[in-house]
Design a protein around this ligand. Structure first.
Ligand code: DGL
Length: 327
């Protein structure tokens, strides 16, 4: 085979992109990737046997993350998104040192917050490990903006218990957030992917001028630039996707692509229906097919999901869809 032909075959191969989180938080990043890209093969690994990560030691998280990413690479991942701020904080250098595929991390979007609303303080909510981490200290140290932080470990537990919108969640968030002068804030940064499930409750509690910022776009932009050749954008989703432009008054404007895509997406039916679940599920971790020609294989720790678990994943994705425009 000539060298040129070999090169073409290599470039034509569909890329497999893996997402990894301690649990269901990283689905918020996957959900956005499913809208943004087309014809992609995704793997999703939730380390359900060991969640939560945010209250463990750094050494433990390094070990667990190496295992998880090792599993994904053994399943053919050409790139891995660590859709977990905590695992990124604890283990990103070890992961990059151990594997030759690109490993994209996820950091709290405090820089975006500072650049957009830096005239007022930023409040970062994240896990205890992320907040205590050196990585965050370095990141915040470079900013001019006043940045406050608040660990919310129970919010991860609420999410894992599928308790998204209960009186207990509201009471917890009200009590924790009351420790800060919320009226002074410019933005609240969600520094843990599990927190995306609570945007509606947070919106209710925060003064209306305070913007809610997640790090999803930044992470996917990074993924697209690292693996650009092999990742195709869905129609109407060329860069910059879901570009949230913050104007000087703190107002928010979404790119015109975003709502058009939402409509189209809903019209096509969101994600795998039960028929697809039943058919797509197999011992090896059946592929679930989504609009835009994307597919996902889900794993809880090393195990393929059963039909009941896959139905729950659909509920999570639906909730995340409802949360995505809340800002
Ligand atoms: N979802 C993870 C994050 O983004 C961590 C949650 C946990 O396991 O504590 O930080």
């Amino acid at each position: 085979m000539s060298y040129n032909l070999f090169l073409n075959l290599t470039l034509d191969k569909d890329l497999k992109i893996a997402f990894f989180d301690s649990g269901i938080g990283g689905l918020s990043v996957l959900a956005e990737a499913l809208r943004r890209f087309s014809g992609a093969e995704f793997l999703y690994f939730a380390d359900e046997d060991h969640v939560p990560y945010g209250t463990k030691s750094r050494a433990e998280i390094v070990r667990l993350s190496l295992d998880a990413v090792g599993f994904l690479v053994s399943r053919g991942a050409d790139g891995v998104v660590v859709a977990c701020n905590t695992a990124t904080s604890a283990a990103i250098s070890e992961l990059r040192g151990a594997f030759s595929v690109p490993v994209i991390g996820m950091e709290p979007a405090v820089k975006l917050a500072a650049d957009s609303f830096g005239a007022r303080p930023t409040l970062l909510i994240a896990t205890p490990l992320t907040i205590a981490g050196e990585k965050l200290a370095r990141l915040v140290g470079r900013l001019e903006c006043e940045t406050w932080s608040l660990p919310l470990p129970r919010l991860v537990e609420f999410a894992q218990d599928l308790e998204f919108d209960s009186p207990a969640v509201r009471a917890y968030l009200r009590e924790e957030l009351a420790k800060f002068e919320l009226e002074r804030l410019g933005s609240l940064v969600l520094g843990c992917t599990h927190f995306n499930y609570f945007k509606d409750v947070l919106r209710e509690i925060l003064p209306s001028h305070v913007r809610i910022i997640d790090g999803i776009d930044g992470t996917l932009n990074r993924l697209a630039s690292e693996l650009g050749e092999g990742l195709k954008f869905a129609r109407g989703y060329d860069l910059p996707s879901r570009a949230a432009k913050f104007d000087a008054d703190g107002g928010v404007e979404f790119g015109a692509n975003s709502s058009a895509q939402v409509g189209k997406f809903e019209a096509q039916g969101r994600g795998a229906d039960s028929r697809q679940n039943a058919r797509g599920h197999s011992k090896d971790g059946g592929k679930i097919y989504y609009p835009n020609g994307n597919s996902v294989k889900y794993f809880y720790s090393g195990r393929a999901l059963d039909a009941a678990q896959l139905r729950k994943v659909e509920l999570f994705l639906k909730r995340l869809d409802a949360m995505r425009e809340i800002n």
